[in-house]
Design a protein around this ligand. Sequence first.
Ligand code: CA2
Length: 149
Amino acid sequence: MKLMVLNGPNLNLLGTREPQVYGHDTLNQIMDDLTVEAASLECELESYQSNHEGDLIDQVQRAQRVKMSGIIINPGGYTHTSVALRDAISGVDLPTVEVHLSNIHAREEFRHHSYIAPVAVGQIVGFGAAGYRLALHALVRYLNEQGRV
Ligand code: CA2
């Protein structure tokens, strides 16, 4: 089974600034570890980071076109702003898990609302880089339960 892992704006800066909020790992380290974990679940990952809303939307649509099984997404700041990204996710038939490194509900008020959450299977927040592994396991389990693999 193949899964798409999407990371939104500024997540390319991970490990370089604000380690107290987002941790010390770089995005490449997190994605490399996730790829190893995925292999143990007989999953293949394609990961993509972009600072551009339309690029992320293109990748959501591509995931459907090439018949991937699901999506793990940290939409970054677009979580709180993007109707277009939400429409893309709800417009494809791909179970999606939303991940945030930080606990967005314990931060500023404007981070409490997610446009993505209502179209996601679930949301994992506040566990740092481990959240991606939790999301992977949750998504694989969900896909198995739904008989989608
Ligand atoms: O907690 C998360 O994963 C967020 O999606 C991260 C976004 C933020 O806008 C969301 O509210 C929550 C921001 C990513 C910025 O990442 C940086 C990493 C290092 C240095 C500066 C920014």
